[in-house]
Ligand binder design. Structure first.
Ligand code: HSE
Length: 428
């Protein structure tokens, strides 16, 4: 039997435990492997109660689990930086295989952990770190290995996608949608990581390393969240044929890599615009295979547990056939080459004075920055005498667009700050 130790019996730990125990016979039938959860480390008694777990299996000391000779594979499922990092290092030092769902830790300390794994001849499985149950890591690493990748588009954060979906469907504000998401258990009490794009950027850094073989760090990823999205712009986006999504975008070209996470508009007829609620998706373009789309549940105990189990089975196969661990997948050599932001169309909403000649003044400023308009609409009269002038530009640089916007906002014929949102046509 291959012994599994699970550190952390929260949502993902419990999902993993359930799959390994309830599907033990199924896994044996499919793989010939006999897997057993021999140890579980958990400090909170509330997480243990009512799950029918043999008390002898439980310990409150994760190091005891790691040292247990029956444990061949350690699943670190507590999240956060420390002590998760210490547990992984201790397990690797004792030549145990490690599986983790901890994207934040991998994004911040992946180099160090994978270097240790390489030194001790072990592996760190991280299928569960990106998009929960969607087997996108294995797809990029194995199924699509014969491809050079040029473009990744991801909806990598279920919480933000749920909030934006409700804002879109019900016309409610960000604050209200967040409150609903918290009440329904989809958003944390402190939602910063999810709604400010940090969680999605952690996941994008893992995808970029794998797909582009480039040592991207969080500092290389331009990151903006969804907290300032106004439902009014969601409505105008629909009128122009777009939906607003928190998109993780990575492009590789001769000039380098551009990686960003930000709310952006995607055409309504693009498959990514149908990814709603807590679902995640990755759209990735390989030079030989063309576009591939992966869709599924990006969070939750059993979907994420499903990915953890896939890594455990992979490692168990290697252990039972005495096959050495492959070179850890997130270590990439070379230098990261950051490309300038590529020109894209932008959505721009200006609150303008309702008087003759304003449109030509706005388009004049945009023209000074070589930005031309492809569509414009002026909707509804406001009591204050200011009306939203809403437009879509042709391809423009981010720098040019921001400068033009600053000049427009500083003029006497506008009020407050204009809003600009990137448009990602999704066919690069
Ligand atoms: N908090 C994440 C999300 C799930 O909302 O997608 C775990 O990665």
């Amino acid at each position: 039997m291959i012994g599994i130790g699970i550190i952390g019996l929260g949502t993902v730990g419990t999902g993993t435990y359930r799959i390994l125990t309830e599907h033990a016979a199924l896994i044996r039938k499919k793989t010939g492997l006999d897997l057993g959860v021999v140890r579980i480390a958990e400090i909170d008694p509330r997480n243990i109660k009512g799950k029918g777990i043999d008390r002898k299996v439980i310990t409150s000391d994760a190091m005891e689990l790691i040292r247990d000779e029956r444990v061949n594979i350690v699943a670190e499922l507590i999240g956060g930086m420390n002590p998760a990092s210490d547990f992984i290092k201790a397990a690797l030092s004792l030549k145990k295989q490690v599986v983790t769902a901890n994207k934040a830790l991998l994004a911040e300390k992946g180099d160090e952990l994978f270097a240790l794994a390489r030194k001790t001849g072990c592996d760190i499985g991280f299928e569960a770190s990106v998009c929960g149950g969607i087997p996108v890591i294995r797809a990029i690493r194995d199924g699509l290995v014969g491809n050079e990748f040029t473009y990744i588009l991801g909806i990598l954060n279920g919480t933000s996608n749920y909030i934006l979906s409700r804002m879109t469907d019900e016309g409610i504000s960000f604050g209200e949608a967040l409150k609903n998401a918290q009440q329904e258990g989809y958003a944390e009490k402190d939602p910063t990581f999810d709604v400010e794009g940090i969680d999605a950027a952690h996941k994008l850094s893992i995808l970029v390393r794998l797909a582009f073989s480039s040592p991207v760090t969080m500092n290389n990823i331009t990151t903006h969240g969804i907290s300032s999205i106004d439902p009014v712009d969601i409505g105008f986006a629909r009128d122009f044929g777009y939906k607003i999504k928190l998109l993780a975008i990575a492009k590789k070209s001769a000039s380098g890599i551009e990686a960003r996470v930000e709310p952006a508009m995607i055409p309504l007829n693009h498959p990514m615009s149908s990814v709603n609620g807590v679902y995640n998706a990755v759209y990735i373009v390989g030079d030989r295979v063309g576009p591939n789309l992966f869709y599924g549940r990006g969070a939750g105990g059993e979907p994420t547990g499903s990915a953890v189990v896939s890594d455990i089975v992979d490692m168990a196969k290697r252990i039972s056939h005495k096959i050495a661990a492959p070179a850890p997948g997130l270590i990439v050599s070379g230098k990261y080459r950051e490309a300038k932001s590529s020109p894209v169309p932008y959505y721009l909403r200006v609150m303008a004075k309702d008087m003759p000649g304003v449109l030509s003044k706005i388009s004049g400023i945009l023209a000074d920055y070589k930005i031309s308009i492809s569509a414009v609409t002026q909707q509804g009269r406001k009591l204050s005498g200011h009306v939203p002038v809403v437009m879509v530009t042709h391809d423009a640089t981010e720098d040019g667009l921001k400068k033009a916007k600053q000049e427009i906002d500083g003029s006497s014929f506008t009020k407050g700050q204009s809003v600009h949102i990137r448009i990602e046509e999704g066919n690069s």
